[in-house]
Write a protein that binds this ligand. Structure first.
Ligand code: NAD
Length: 247
């Protein structure tokens, strides 16, 4: 049933992943949410129910969304080498899977969808400083993963106001924090192999990193604010720790 024992029922796709697990923690800590995870792997936390399912299966997605009030769509196929098989998987999960979420939300009468996008959707290969959300999508995205994030974000934002659904997209850049599976471990592994001794370019490249807890918190705030006609509805927001400063 919807909103059992006075709590808002939410579904976190990718809730067994790096950001997803932090988001689940914050949702539980808020005391306001009953949390269900939808992922191809189990979240493992006994306090949440995991529906082990695949975003590529529209029926599984629709069934998982029954009785849900808020959807946090955090899942992504892991960025990998851009060979044809990986591209197909990435497109099916990140674009068709996102479309399945939207259709499921509409069918199940869900009113709030928070989509985890990426700051890379505006990155054309040149440093961006002090830009805002008016910046257009990249004409030449840096990789296929980013292409799918752009398509997913466009689908989500253009579905705002569809049958009572409200949507918002959040765009973190690099995410770091506890249980980071990728960013810091890769840097450490490369350093151990002696691969961190070189500076490529001027050494003044700009990159934004955001603490995972802040990214998760942004998702809760977005869900709180989403409503028909709300300022944030149908919009995308960069998520950073603070204003970036030049070196
Ligand atoms: P992650 O790989 O740790 O988690 C993704 C989760 O999605 C995994 O648990 C995975 O099992 C699940 N998943 C994959 N395919 C699925 C499918 N077909 N059906 C259901 N679940 C599936 O990734 P993350 O770093 O936690 O990223 C979370 C979100 O944040 C993603 O949308 C990503 O694009 C975005 N993001 C991440 C970063 C970063 O630096 N990590 C930066 C910007 C944006």
């Amino acid at each position: 049933t919807r909103s059992s024992v006075g709590k808002t029922k939410c579904l976190v796709t990718g809730g067994a992943g790096f950001l997803g697990k932090h988001l689940v923690e914050k949702l539980l800590a808020s005391g306001k949410y009953e949390v269900v995870v939808f992922d191809i792997r189990d979240n493992g936390d006994p306090r949440v129910a995991t529906i082990v399912g695949d975003l590529r299966d529209a029926q599984q997605v629709e069934d998982a969304l029954a009785g849900v009030d808020v959807v946090f769509h955090c899942a992504t196929a892991a960025p990998a080498a851009a060979n044809t098989a990986n591209k197909t998987l990435m497109h099916d999960v990140n674009v068709k899977g996102t479309q399945n979420i939207i259709e499921g939300c509409v069918t199940q009468g869900i009113t709030k969808l928070v989509y985890t996008s990426s700051a890379s959707v505006v990155f054309d290969g040149k440093d961006l400083f002090n830009v805002d959300e008016e910046t257009p999508y990249a004409k030449n995205p840096i990789d296929f993963y980013t292409e799918t994030k752009i398509l997913g974000e466009k689908l989500v934002l253009s579905s705002n106001n569809r049958s009572g659904l409200t949507t918002v997209a959040l765009r973190p850049s690099g995410i770091f924090g506890e249980h980071d599976p990728l960013l810091v471990p890769t840097i450490v592994a490369n350093a151990k192999k002696g691969k961190m001794k070189f500076i490529i370019g001027s050494g003044k490249n700009l990159m934004d990193f955001t603490y995972v807890g802040n990214v998760a918190q942004a998702h809760l705030l977005a869900a709180d604010l989403l409503a028909p006609g709300a300022k944030c509805a149908g919009k995308a927001y960069f998520i950073t720790n603070a204003d970036p400063q030049p070196f």
